[in-house]
Design a protein around this ligand. Structure first.
Ligand SMILES: Nc1ncnc2c1ncn2[C@@H]1O[C@H](COP(=O)(O)OP(=O)(O)OP(=O)(O)O)[C@@H](O)[C@H]1O
Length: 845
């Protein structure tokens, strides 16, 4: 928009002229600033609008004011106008009236507004929708809803077309409302141009912006960024629209190439389309653009380098380009699981035929994973794991599969490729990581297999491989005979698998019933059965009453129950679930769900694992460390029985006092345990002693506890509790072993501060540690402590305490290898503890 400098002229003032030259003179000396004329300098500096009036007739016309000759041209389209003109020219008494009031006529004002403010206004509306679309798409990715739907069998084509249909419908309604409101407010722009022409123009423009939003969503991973992206595009569009309104490049002064390049960006086409449509309804007498004339030069468009039909063609073709690019980038840019297709995936015929075309890769678009060495092949330490592996290998080589086996995980290897992170000043490259190092497990039908392990053990990765979220690096997994490595196998698997991930796969705006309906449809259940299946599922998870309430207002437990129902909908033969909330009713649902299907559950709750599982596998550092029933694991990996002795504070009825405080004297009890079971307390304080009694003393326990009970009064014992070690302990032992292994491999150390104040560096997970420099004539091998470890919130092992310092037993060999290797990086100056093999210590501890 241009502002002509000069004296402002009030819009209502009427000025009369006797001759055309008077008009010329006036115009020459009074550059106009009234709003009705402003648009002319934008579009074409030589065009003005004026009204003409005679004594008997008034007519408002658009004329050409040609610089520098100052001649008016009055288009004379109808006989009456020609008559007026003739009479004007022939009648010496006529008066030319440049009626400035007419410049401010609503028609002229609306023209001016549409041509100048219009692009920004419509752009702002389109941008609002644009930001909303991008953020909805990204939120769906961010909340992993899309991943969940894919796991449940949603095809990419269905995903994209459902989005397109939805957005197309919204666009259709909003375009319709725009035109109807424009007509309601009596704008000539909407009244004189054909309804179809204006509606199609707005519809195609907004559809095009949807294409742009789809494409950009592939590059954005956080919904919060979508507002920034939308605002940036708005600013850029605003600037390019101003340039367009100044005539670039839609005039004969510019080549076609400029126009082609400029037309790729939809807001520019919006600006040019609005100019054409506005120009065609500049004055109330202008006819506008009719549907049949959409391919012809617009009225009042003197240059005619582009028609409204050309704009339609541009909008449709660029929309198709954006849409295809959106699908392409969606495939080749790594998704939330780091998975992508190859850059030229569409050249693979399998992609089009559906046979093997779903091959996916990982890492950035340019990363290369071929040179990654496979993980080391290690023979399992545990005989049950070894046996499982051998049985499976044998069955695989013979091609015999037990009919009761639902899932065969055959040497599954998953290596995450290295990543390069580009920061503002530097590039960080992480090395590749073997998350699964050859997993062999058979999962039986009608059973729940619980996969346990500390953080980073590889549980999620294993589930992701089974559900097809992440590609397998080596090995395979057969689910009811279908391989996860084949795209056909995977599409069959998706039909028979149900997944309940760690996160709730829910849309806040949908009710529980709608969720189940949606997932039942994705799973391909017959439409006629969906209603009854949904009702049954809702009843199973006790959500009948909340069926029609939006999931956003559900409590955490209700959400989890709905997620479980989604995982179980359509009676999948295999269900994988992670961390269901430890609630009785969820357990009941899971317990019931075992019938007729295999369930893999990964959880951090040992209680849950103990109660629900038929078999448990504990993983650590990408390998299976033990496998079996809960009882078997406890008896094999638990330290034995735990005895808790609590004291009443009196021995033989007489308190042992030391000052005001009662000082516990547990020596007789400790001696009793030492003499009969050869064990020392694991923990002790004034009120109780805790012993861990190894399994090999089991035969002695009956008589031992009978005698202890008889002597309760003598020892001042208030209560004796005996129990089997917990699964938690088994888990910790396995985790410790794995940590120790990896600490040995990578040299990670922890600082142990002894009660004496001495600090030593010890490998993470080390149980018995000799303290260097404590050798004496009395203790030739020095003293040692047992280190107690616990897991912090992130699952990492940290020191929780240590036993009293005791002499290193004489039989223990302190070999060179048992001392901390010199290559380990410890705190400078800190002493390195001597790791002692627990097997040398025996069961005394
Ligand atoms: N996309 C990825 N790229 C690189 N490394 C990854 C990726 N995903 C997982 N990892 C790594 O693989 C290892 C195994 O991760 P995984 O999520 O499978 O462990 P998990 O046993 O499920 O742990 P948690 O209980 O914490 O969920 C971890 O060390 C993790 O950092």
């Amino acid at each position: 928009m241009a502002n002509n400098p000069g004296r402002p002229i009030p819009s209502h003032k009427v000025m009369s002229f006797r001759t055309p030259s008077e008009v010329d003179d006036w115009l020459f000396s009074n550059p106009m600033t009234c709003p009705g004329a402003l648009h002319f300098s934008v579009r074409n500096a030589t065009v003005i609008t004026y009204g003409i009036q005679t004594n008997s007739t008034s007519v408002e016309k658009r004329g050409h004011y040609e610089d520098p000759t100052f001649t008016f041209q009055i288009p004379l389209q109808i006989a009456a106008e020609r008559e007026i003109a003739r009479s004007l020219i022939g009648d010496p008494n006529f008066s030319w009236v440049v009626n400035l009031k007419e410049f401010a006529h609503p028609a002229v004002a609306s023209f001016s507004a549409v041509a100048t403010v219009g692009p920004t206004f419509f752009l702002a509306i389109a941008m609002f929708g644009f930001v909303f679309q991008i953020s909805s798409l990204i939120t769906e990715k961010e909340l992993k809803l899309r991943q969940a739907m894919t796991m449940m069998g949603l095809y990419d084509t269905a995903y994209w077309f459902s989005w397109l249909m939805w957005e197309g419908m919204i666009t259709l309604i909003s375009s319709l409302l725009t035109v109807l409101f424009g007509m309601m407010f009596q704008f000539d722009f909407f009244l004189h141009n054909s309804f179809g022409v204006v509606f199609l123009f707005f519809f195609l423009f907004q559809l095009n912006m949807i294409g742009v939003a789809f494409m950009l969503s592939a590059f954005i991973s956080k919904s919060s960024s979508s507002t920034t992206v939308g605002f940036s595009i708005f600013i850029i569009s605003f600037l390019t629209q101003i340039i367009t309104l100044f005539g670039f490049p839609y005039s004969t002064n510019f080549s076609r190439t400029y126009r082609a390049i400029w037309s790729v960006f939809p807001p520019n086409l919006l600006a040019e389309g609005l100019t054409l449509l506005s120009g065609a309804t500049e004055t109330p007498q202008d006819p506008g653009i009719s549907w049949s004339r959409r391919g012809k030069c617009a009225p009042n468009d003197t240059e005619c380098v582009i028609t409204i039909n050309d704009i339609y063609i541009w909008l449709i073709s660029t929309f198709l380009v954006w849409f295809v690019l959106a699908i392409y980038f969606d495939n080749v840019i790594p998704n939330s699981s780091g998975v992508r297709k190859s850059v030229l995936y569409f050249l693979n015929p399998g992609y089009w035929t559906g046979k093997g075309g779903n091959k996916v890769a990982e890492g950035g678009i340019c990363s290369c994973t071929r040179s990654i060495p496979p993980p080391e092949d290690v023979t399992p330490d545990d005989e049950d794991v070894y046996e499982e592996e051998n049985t499976m290998k044998q069955a695989a080589s013979e091609g015999v599969v037990d009919a009761n086996i639902a899932v065969q995980i055959r040497g599954l290897v998953k290596t995450y490729p290295s990543k390069t992170k580009i920061g503002c000043c530097k590039c960080d490259k992480t090395s590749h990581y073997h998350a699964l190092k050859g997993l062999w497990v058979n999962l039986a039908k009608d059973q729940l297999f619980c996969l346990l392990g500390p953080n980073g053990a590889g549980k999620t990765t294993a589930i992701s491989c089974l559900t097809g979220i992440t590609p397998v690096t080596a090995g395979d997994a057969l689910i009811y005979g279908y391989s996860v490595r084949s795209s056909i196998g995977m599409s069959n698997i998706r039909r028979i698998i149900g997944v309940c991930p760690q996160f709730d796969i829910l849309w806040d705006a949908l009710s529980g019933q709608e969720h189940l309906h949606l997932f039942a449809s994705i799973k391909g259940l017959p439409p006629a059965s969906i209603k009854s299946v949904v009702q049954k599922s809702l009843a199973e998870v006790r959500l009948i009453e909340a069926a029609k309430i939006r999931a956003g207002s559900y409590s955490g437990g209700m959400k989890r129950r709905l997620s479980v129902a989604i995982a179980l909908i359509g009676d999948p033969k295999l269900t994988t679930g992670m961390d269901p909330i430890t609630r009785r009713h969820v357990w009941d649902i899971i317990e019931d769900a075992k019938k007729g299907r295999a369930i893999i559950l990964t959880t951090h709750s040992m209680e849950e694992a103990d109660i629900l599982s038929d078999r448990i596998g504990i993983m650590a550092k990408g390998r299976l460390r033990c496998i079996g029933t809960s009882i078997r694991l406890k008896s094999k990996f638990g330290t034995g029985f735990v005895a808790n002795i609590s004291f009443s504070g009196a021995t033989n009825g007489t308190p042992v006092s030391g000052g005001d405080e009662i000082v516990a004297n547990h020596e007789p009890v400790k001696q009793f345990f030492k003499n009969h079971l050869n064990v020392v307390p694991k923990e002790e304080n004034k009120a109780f002693l805790t012993y861990v009694i190894p399994h090999d003393r089991e035969g002695l326990l009956m008589n031992f506890f009978a005698e202890l009970q008889d002597r309760e009064r003598e020892f001042g014992i208030a209560d004796i509790q005996l129990g089997l070690t917990t699964l938690e302990e088994v888990f910790l032992n396995i985790a410790k072993r794995a940590e120790l292994e990896s600490a040995a491999a990578d040299g990670s150390l922890a600082t142990l501060t002894l009660t004496s104040g001495t600090s030593v560096q010890i490998p993470v997970g080390a149980r018995f540690v000799g303290i260097p420099g404590t050798e004496s004539a009395e203790n030739r091998k020095g003293v040692m402590v047992e280190v107690y470890w616990e897991q912090d919130d992130s699952g990492a092992l940290c020191i929780s305490g240590h036993s009293p310092e005791t002499p290193v037993p004489p039989h223990v060999q302190l070999t060179a290898s048992s001392s901390a290797p010199s290559r380990r990086r410890g705190r400078p100056g800190a002493m390195l503890g001597i790791v002692i093999d627990p097997n040398q210590i025996g069961t005394d501890y």
